[in-house]
Design a protein around this ligand. Structure first.
Ligand SMILES: [Fe+2]
Length: 271
């Protein structure tokens, strides 16, 4: 899930699939083939670019290669580690629903897969982004604690602060980097589910890579339709656990007092 999917009135050409009474979701042979092609393209890209802890977490998920994984089998693994669940949702959900699910340790997963036309990139989060990108870190108690605290802060926040909070999620869960013994590596789901941005985020000299500071991240604008111009780098995943113990809304108030940073990218052209 990401915040590109939560703009009011936004329409998606995709329709999420609804599970049957047993929780099973039917995907076509072509949809399963698209999953296969996406995951087998991405896995060889990971060494040297993904955090080693992220690769270990992916191994825990033991995702199938030849078909889209089912919600029930993902939950069986997550229950063993952190008690998190994934929760099927339509492509578009409002902020309050999103925060409420996270506060309840349910990670919303849009249950459709991109078409081949959108194979390399789509703005909406599809099931490849959701499952391959997001579920591995849900096996880590530090991420679990942070995302739950984030959901609770979102529920308590004034709606005017939702966009501010969206930036904190964006620069950690979606597009975060972290220091590792090997150097800077990626863990954010938007990076992990994109072969192009995985290389760019870790290897390019174009983007800024700043030490993670939550107030700084809250003040940093982003665009959803380009490779990021700024990334924030965690010292370690423990920083997210520490953040979960803090009053996130106080940090939002501080960010609001200090004001937004200037964008480091050109404005999006509107067709
Ligand atoms: Fe996402």
């Amino acid at each position: 899930m990401n915040f590109s999917s939560m703009g009011k009135g936004k329409q998606s050409k995709y329709v999420a699939k609804v599970p049957d009474e047993t929780g099973h979701i039917g995907y076509s042979d072509e949809e399963n083939a698209i999953w296969h092609d996406l995951i087998t393209r991405q896995i060889p890209m990971l060494p040297g670019r993904a955090c080693p802890q992220w690769i270990e977490a992916l191994e825990k998920m033991d995702l199938p290669v030849n078909r889209v994984p089912q919600i029930n089998e993902l939950n069986a693994v997550l229950e063993q580690h952190t008690g998190w669940h994934v929760w099927p949702v339509p492509a578009l959900i409002p902020f309050t629903k999103f925060f409420g699910l996270l506060a309840d340790r349910k990670f919303p997963v849009a249950t459709f897969i991109r078409t081949r036309e959108d194979f390399d990139y789509l703005e909406e989060p599809d099931v490849f982004h959701e499952v391959f990108g997001h579920t591995p870190v849900l096996t880590d108690h530090r991420f679990g604690a942070f995302i739950e605290a984030y959901g609770k802060a979102g529920l308590a926040a004034d709606p005017k602060d939702h966009a501010m909070l969206a930036r904190l999620f964006w620069f950690t869960v979606e597009f975060g980097l972290a220091e590792t013994a090997e150097g800077i590596r990626a863990y954010g789901s938007g990076i992990m589910s994109s072969p192009g941005e995985l290389v760019y985020a870790v290897e390019s000299d174009k983007p800024q890579r700043k030490p993670f500071d939550p107030v700084d991240a809250l003040r940093t604008p982003y665009r959803i339709d380009i490779f990021q111009t700024v990334y924030f780098v965690l010292e370690s995943f423990d920083q997210l656990f520490d953040l979960a113990q803090m009053d996130l809304l106080k940090l939002v108030a501080e960010a609001r007092r200090l004001g937004m940073h200037e964008p480091t990218f050109p404005p999006r052209e509107v067709a």
